[in-house]
Unconditional design. Sequence first.
Length: 424
Amino acid sequence: MTQSNSRDRELRERAAAVIPGGMYGHQSVGLLPDDYPQFFERGEGAHIWDADGNRYLDFMCAYGPNLFGYAHPEIDAAFVRQLGQGDTLTGPTGLMVELAETLVRMVSHADWAIFCKNGTDATTMALTTARAHTKRRIVVRAKGAYHGALPWCTPRPAGVIDSDRAHQIFCDYNDVASLEAAVAEAGDDLAAIFAAPFRHDAFIDQAEPDAAYARKARELCDRTGALLVVDEVRAGFRLSRDCSWSRLGVSPDLSTWGKCLANGHPLSVMLGNEKARRAAASVYVTGSFWFQAATMAAALETLRLVRETDYLERITALGDRLRAGLDARARAAGFGFRQTGPATMPLFLFDDDPDLRKGFCFSSEMLSRGVYVHPWHNMFLCAAMTEADIDQTLDAAEAAFAVLKRQAPALGPVEKLAFLSGAH
Ligand SMILES: Cc1ncc(COP(=O)(O)O)c(C=O)c1O
């Protein structure tokens, strides 16, 4: 323990007593380098401060929700204004209708919206809606793709029984033959094909969607009557101001959104087309907090910024600058350093690094220089970042590569990631 992480250590000890496992889910730092802080105290713009007051340029953006900057003045003012008037009421406010109209105008395949809170609410609702629409059971989805944490889709097996996972067939992302085989196996029981905007699975290189794969998914749904679902929860509004597969000329029947929809305020949504409207109206979906008005006010302001600012072009340019700069520095230091995924959602992996010991060392060195990067999960850029931030990141990376070069021969295996060895 050092002076600079004493509060974090103390909180972890207390958490171990009152929070099972000390922390849970994707925000547990259990699979991150030991020096990564578990607890934070504030965020502003592109920066976060940990519980000990250390400041970081944050390339995780709360795992996606932070698109325009933490504590964004206009978005948070809209939230607070509505909070003063009423938030969780006996019914929704008119903001709900306004927000649905806004999304229907912005997202080309959408004719209607159903709001909820978490991405998993939306993806699960899409599954139920597809089954209600088709009166069939099977969903085809890509191996390793994350769609949430309920028993039907959680990546961990504990507490999950076979029937929770029944009626799902897995294919390989971007592999047309494997998709066709899965659909053939589903026979006349296919309810839906689920797809991520791009392959953004953890621990492996990311992959852009192949247009032929996207078109085949659409064609197979049209042929069988199943619904095509694009899960935009993670990538929404970081690739496009529309559903991201519209760039491939493919329109889904349903799309699911969350994370940055209200710039960090809790809101998610399932959007759908006319074909799926009746089924969507028939399923019983609700939650005590799904109609909160303040979050919807924040979402309207977030979507105004999506429409009216050049945030997407700016974060794409920043991502390109980061990628080119890292590439040059990694090459100069003699490392095979793979940067995959879109510029706005990059993932870094080193060549010859099966248990991520290089990735851990690099990330720790970045952290110690005030830059929070992730060694095995895709990252996120936000519109509060500047060219100066990217240049600071590149300076930190140059120093981190230099340290790694000196230490690489002596690095021991990362025991907590031993399960990865031989997996890829
Ligand atoms: C693609 C995708 N779908 C669904 C979810 C689930 O969202 P939530 O954690 O808000 O339930 C996530 C969360 O990371 C996601 O990345």
